[in-house]
Design a protein around this ligand. Sequence first.
Ligand SMILES: Cc1ncc(COP(=O)(O)O)c(C=O)c1O
Length: 356
Amino acid sequence: MNFERPNIARMAGYTPGEQLTGDHVIKLNTNENPYPPSPAVAAALQSTEVAALRRYPPPIATAFREAAATLHDVLPQNLIPTNGGDELLRLVLTTFVDAGETVVTTKPSYSLYPVLTDIQDCKLLEIPLQDDWSMPAAFVEQLKASDCKLCILVNPHAPTGQLLSVEHLAAVADGFDGILLVDEAYVDFIDPQLFYNSVPMAIERSNVILLRTLSKGYSLAGLRFGYGIACPELIEPMLNKTRDSYNTDLIAQRLATAAIESVDHAQGSWSRVRQQRERLTAALQELGFSVAPSQTNFLLCQVPAQQTAPGLYKALKEHNILVRYFDQDRLRDKLRISIGTEDENAALLNALRALL
Ligand SMILES: Cc1ncc(COP(=O)(O)O)c(C=O)c1O
């Protein structure tokens, strides 16, 4: 007997990036921040006594919520702390989208979205990006025609690194009757000279939710902490009805709070990542890669002529360097490479020079 719901029986699960460990492995495949978390996070961990784990944690991570509200200049009611950004995606789907309803996203996009829409048994319409990875001019018309309940846009975009302006996002949100979820997992790496800040736009609308995570910008992928920002009417049902009763644990709450209270430290890593991004882009271009301009901590690189992306991926792996290859339309000739430290990027470039 198979007891799975038919949509679960039919679906494939999420395939995470490989997690080879060891000092000899250079991991440039899952877009982790290459620099360490704030020393305040280490101090918060050391000062947490095991005895404190006897009790349940604050259910809605009150201290974190207040600290994040201060950081973004919003009210705590505009925020929901979650177990990684991924939990927010799941909460948005289970709270607002019925089985059979339509979710729209772009193609390509974050590979977890189809998994979550399969679990919720809703339809997914993936609208292809244009050749230069920009949004199709008729995107809003297509959105309206789809009668969708939820549109998910990742911005800056994964896996291409492209950025949409806040005005563009606002026009999408105002152009259809559903919810716009803007997945801002990589927002911290945007060039500050672009003055990107979608928070005021989101909280003044009744249909926009922003996803944030501490996994990338704060070097805390292992902690599993993220949050959503939206108007209180969108936050409230997720916070008080659909969230697991204690969705974030005590240690994670304390460390996440310490991380955002010491945002200056994280900001230092963002600027180092940006410097490395510029250098690595130029060096890869010199080697014959075609590199999409990126506002994230990764680069989508088309491999030079005479090379294949799976071939280079395998050869780099033999050099203990992991990058990401997607066996997917329009990505089969490309590698997604996370920005590493200066030394890691130099090792990558040396290996590529030898291979090419
Ligand atoms: C586009 C995008 N959104 C969301 C996430 C979720 O991040 P986390 O669950 O680690 O907070 C990721 C992680 O890789 C991502 O790439």
